[in-house]
Design a protein around this ligand. Structure first.
Ligand code: PEP
Length: 250
């Protein structure tokens, strides 16, 4: 009932030439997708070059960030209007790298999420605990509080457009994946929080991705978990062969 979503977050990698080459390689191997969705999230500079290549294909397009205003004197920022204009359907908000390196607060993440929805984009909102927080037994309260904060003033009828990505910070780019059982337990806790906020019907409809060192050799086991509805993939989305294998999880 939930269509799994595999998303490639290219971070600050790939020139325009490299991005278009990777997309061509992906499309050369990727047949139509019927029971899953796959998207790429290139850096801003490559969006306009990638958009016409993926138009009408099995791959969708997303951005990695936005500024929560339609336009204005915000030097260096990119608005949701600009993202829909270039062909994006999705946008990542609140990635832990943005929370950490650019001091993005829960309140700003919430503004970004609502701005994305207001402009017809599907936000992929990232939540996740640090290693010290997990070691202190605080993972679940920290993550569910991030979910609640991200969804402040988001009405129930917009929730089917929201994607949540559970990304334990200690698993991102480290090769250290959460076990499928630990990931499933957190996804179930997130879904229970959604049920408290919006009721069980909406909670059942929202997609919750796992992210953190997802690779070809762990994707199948992760996707076998009942509450894992896709993956947000960093490093392994930068090469066609590994990202294709992840999209083609079994
Ligand atoms: C990410 O960038 O969101 C991510 C999960 O990265 P990686 O797959 O490299 O851990």
């Amino acid at each position: 009932m939930r269509t799994p979503l595999i998303a490639g977050n290219w971070k600050m990698y790939k020139t325009i030439g490299e991005a278009t080459a990777l997309v061509r390689d992906l499309l050369a191997e990727l047949g139509p997708l019927t029971d899953r969705e796959a998207i790429v999230c290139p850096p801003f500079t490559a969006l306009a070059a990638v958009a016409p290549l993926v138009a009408g294909s099995a791959l969708g397009l997303g951005a990695q960030n936005l500024y929560p205003e339609a336009q204005g004197a915000f030097t260096g920022e990119v608005s949701p209007v600009m993202l829909t204009d270039v062909g994006c359907r999705y946008v990542i908000v609140g990635h832990s790298e943005r929370r950490h390196y650019f001091s993005e607060s829960d309140a700003l993440v919430n503004r970004k999420l609502r701005a994305a929805l207001a402009h017809g984009l599907h936000p992929i909102v990232c939540v996740g605990e640090s290693k010290p927080q997990r070691d202190a037994g605080q993972a679940e309260p920290i993550v569910t509080a991030q979910v609640r904060a991200a969804l402040v003033e988001v009405p129930p009828d917009r929730m089917p457009d929201v994607v949540i990505a559970y990304e334990p910070i200690w698993a991102i780019g480290t090769g250290d994946t959460a076990t499928p059982a630990d990931a499933q337990a957190m996804h179930a806790a997130i879904r229970a929080t959604l049920a408290e906020l919006y009721g069980s019907e909406i909670a059942t409809a929202v997609r919750i991705q796992y992210g953190g060192s997802v690779k070809p050799d762990n994707i199948d086991e992760l996707m076998a978990q009942p509450d894992i509805d896709g993956a947000l993939v960093g490093g392994a989305s930068l090469q066609a062969a590994s990202f294709l294998r992840i999209i083609q999880y079994r």
